[in-house]
Design a protein around this ligand. Structure first.
Ligand code: GLN
Length: 255
């Protein structure tokens, strides 16, 4: 069976708000296409040769304390190999604290600056306010503009440098810094965002988009079509609830 391998970085330390849900969404989408997701956990400690197989690299969010716990290990054991995978255009999906680590640095309220991998030209400085709540974005990652919904909780304020595109334009919520209406970052095959564990389960198109990117790289052909139908009743209820919630949120925003 054709397989994609996902390297899950620091699954115990960097896992806020069900960020693992994103891994499950990848898994389910491949299963419905008679393909398989092989998940490898990269915890604290030495880089293993099996990690080099990664088609997708995933890192979830973590509070400042967890970020401080993993930062030394990240540079000592993982940084060079991750840079190599990025150069080879593996797909990266990183959330919140994981997103901040792809940038140049994160300066928390207390304590020293945490150096990032500088894979994305972004930097993050802790702000006074914590941004918590539901988010709606308009994303131009796919060919036509599409909506993304999700949940953010961060005090880090991220600024994008040159050559980095936002993942989306903020319609509802705060996004990267509450000022420029940008959310997340995209640079080549790397994606970072503040939207947590419900990101891929709630936004099927993004799951398929990222899987297709990884599949094309590995197999040189598009992601296979669905071979099993999604449970239509559940999916249509979910879609209806989704649309209703969007309408309510948008009308509140206008007031
Ligand atoms: N420590 C970071 C912040 O608050 C990341 C938090 C998170 O991953 N939810 O900005």
């Amino acid at each position: 069976m054709k397989t994609l391998t996902l390297l899950h970085l620091y699954p115990n330390e960097m896992n806020l708000y069900g960020d693992r849900g994103n891994v499950l969404a990848f898994y389910r989408q491949l299963l419905l296409r008679d393909a398989q997701l092989n998940v490898i956990h990269a915890s604290l400690g030495a880089w293993q040769t099996s990690y080099n197989e990664a088609d997708i690299v995933f890192m979830g969010g973590g509070q400042d304390a967890q970020q401080s716990t993993v930062v030394e290990d990240l540079h000592r054991h993982k940084a060079d190999a991750l840079r190599q995978l990025a150069q080879e255009e593996a797909t990266f999906l990183t959330i919140c604290g994981g997103f901040q680590f792809l940038g140049h640095y994160y300066k928390p309220h207390n304590g020293e600056e945490l150096r990032g991998l500088s894979l994305l030209d972004i930097h993050t400085i802790a702000g006074k306010e914590r941004f918590i709540g539901n988010v709606v974005l308009e994303s131009s990652l796919a060919r036509e503009a599409k909506t993304l919904v999700g949940f953010e909780n961060h005090s880090g304020l991220t600024t994008l440098g040159q050559g980095v595109q936002p993942l989306g334009r903020v319609i509802i919520g705060k996004g990267n810094n509450g000022i420029d209406k940008q959310e997340g970052a995209v640079q080549g095959s790397l994606v970072g965002t503040y939207l947590h564990g419900s990101l891929l389960p709630k936004n099927e198109w993004l799951t398929v988009h990222l899987l297709n990117q990884a599949w094309q790289r590995k197999y040189g052909e598009p992601l296979p079509a669905l071979t099993q139908n999604l449970p239509q009743v559940e999916e249509s209820f979910a879609e209806k609830a989704h649309q209703e919630a969007l309408l309510v949120a948008k009308s509140k925003e206008k007031r």
